[in-house]
Design a protein around this ligand. Structure first.
Ligand code: NAD
Ligand code: TYD
Length: 357
């Protein structure tokens, strides 16, 4: 009953591993390269848990992955490993091509070889769950309907283009070779263990320490937010009940502008962290030069997973954000560890040259 998880030391992967241990409890082999975004601290609570086997490696290393599959004979692969940050993909797209496209291709090849070697019953039960993003569908106008599973692909950043390419490869392995794949495309996640390069944790850390809250452009870009625990529950459902060859969109029906989100976050920080150096936290809001090619709006129509698999998110945005802020306030040690020298270099690279308006 073993499953292989790739990227399980990152934000969503680690939440998935912890959630799986709490809800299912069968063995997980966790394959992660431990890039800047991978952090074994996220899994510290499993340190002595024999149901979790961590192995450091690259999804793009075919011999390594093949040997791992032969050794552990998983019944499924849940594929999270990726370069995941749009701004980094603008500053340096190559890693995104290497991991998201070439890495996924090599993982698919290793999975195909392994799957073909299985007895018929195990072959039929095997699943390759590819965890992808709503960003592959491009950007919506204010009145456009939300993205559905049949929306056309129109990726706009090197990140989303590399994820789109990986989605196409996954689809092709089903149609050409019959590999039992399922793809999920999820909206923006937030919650514990998210690396503070992404909007919500970056703003929480800056708010707590009295630094400017850098809003790109006019702040009216819209994202559709989902608490990470709800994403993990959806993935468990897709793995258990989803149909091979199908795509499932996952989202929380929680669209808002960045400006509204930051307003809500500032009010929460005022309440939960009144000792911050600058209050009310709203005073820290700073408009900075926009992200090149910044997608205006994402929104997910989650009707298919809701109706077919009976999944619904259990957190509202208000409850999920409160839990998230509380988690960052309760984990200063985790924050200190991830905001090391390398992190500060990234902050200088991304924000140092943005003109403030
Ligand atoms: P993350 O950047 O926090 O974690 C990525 C993990 O993958 C890290 O642990 C990293 O070490 C590992 N990794 C990177 N390259 C690797 C390689 N070549 N071999 C093995 N491991 C490697 O990312 P995340 O936010 O947790 O996202 C996980 C997945 O979910 C990604 O595929 C992403 O596209 C997708 N997704 C993310 C969001 C979101 O809001 N964060 C939303 C929808 C979909
Ligand atoms: P992000 O968390 O990077 O996710 P994505 O770009 O994949 O949606 O950004 C979410 C939104 O927040 C996006 O519209 C960009 C914006 N943003 C800022 O305004 N300031 C920031 O410092 C960051 C990191 C993001």
């Amino acid at each position: 009953m073993t499953i292989l998880v790739t990227g399980g030391a990152g934000f969503i992967g680690a939440n998935f591993v912890l959630d799986w241990m709490a809800e299912v409890g069968t063995l997980i082999v966790n394959l992660d390269k431990l890039t800047y975004a991978g952090n074994l601290r996220n899994l510290a609570s499993l340190e002595t848990d024999t149901r979790h086997v961590f192995t450091r490696g690259d999804i793009g290393d075919p011999e390594f992955v093949t040997a791992l599959l032969r050794e552990h004979t998983p019944r499924a692969i849940v594929h999270f490993a990726a370069e995941s940050h749009v701004d980094r993909s603008i500053h340096g797209p190559e890693d995104f091509i290497d991991t998201n496209i070439v890495g996924t291709f090599r993982l698919l090849e290793a999975a195909r070889g392994y799957w073909q070697s299985l007895p018929a019953k195990e072959q039929a039960a095997f699943r390759f769950l590819h965890v992808s993003t709503d960003e592959v569908y491009g950007s919506l106008g204010p009145e456009d309907p939300a993205f559905s599973e049949t929306s056309g692909y129109a990726p706009n950043s090197p990140y989303s283009a590399s994820k789109a390419a990986s989605d196409h490869l996954v689809r092709a392995y089903f149609h050409t070779y019959g590999l039992p794949v399922i793809t999920s495309n999820c909206s923006n996640n937030y919650g514990p263990f998210q690396f503070p390069e992404k909007l919500i944790p970056l703003m929480i850390l800056h708010g707590m320490t009295g630094k400017p809250l850098p809003i790109y452009g006019d702040g009216l870009n819209v994202r559709d937010w989902l608490y990470v625990g709800d994403h993990c529950a959806a993935l468990r459902r897709v793995l258990a009940k989803g149909r091979p060859g199908e795509v499932y969109n996952i989202g929380g029906r929680s669209e808002m502008t960045n400006l509204d989100l930051i307003g809500t976050l500032c009010a929460l920080l005022d309440e939960l962290h009144p000792q911050s150096p600058v209050t009310p936290h709203e005073k820290l809001i700073t408009f900075v030069e926009d992200r090149p090619g910044h997608d205006r709006r994402y929104a997910i129509d989650a009707a298919k997973i809701e109706h077919e698999l009976g999944w619904q998110p259990s957190e509202t945005f208000a409850s999920g954000l409160r839990r998230t802020v509380a988690w960052y306030l309760d984990n200063p040690q985790w924050i200190t560890e991830v905001t090391s020298g390398q992190y500060r270099n990234w902050i200088d690279t991304n924000y140092g040259q943005r003109v403030t308006s």
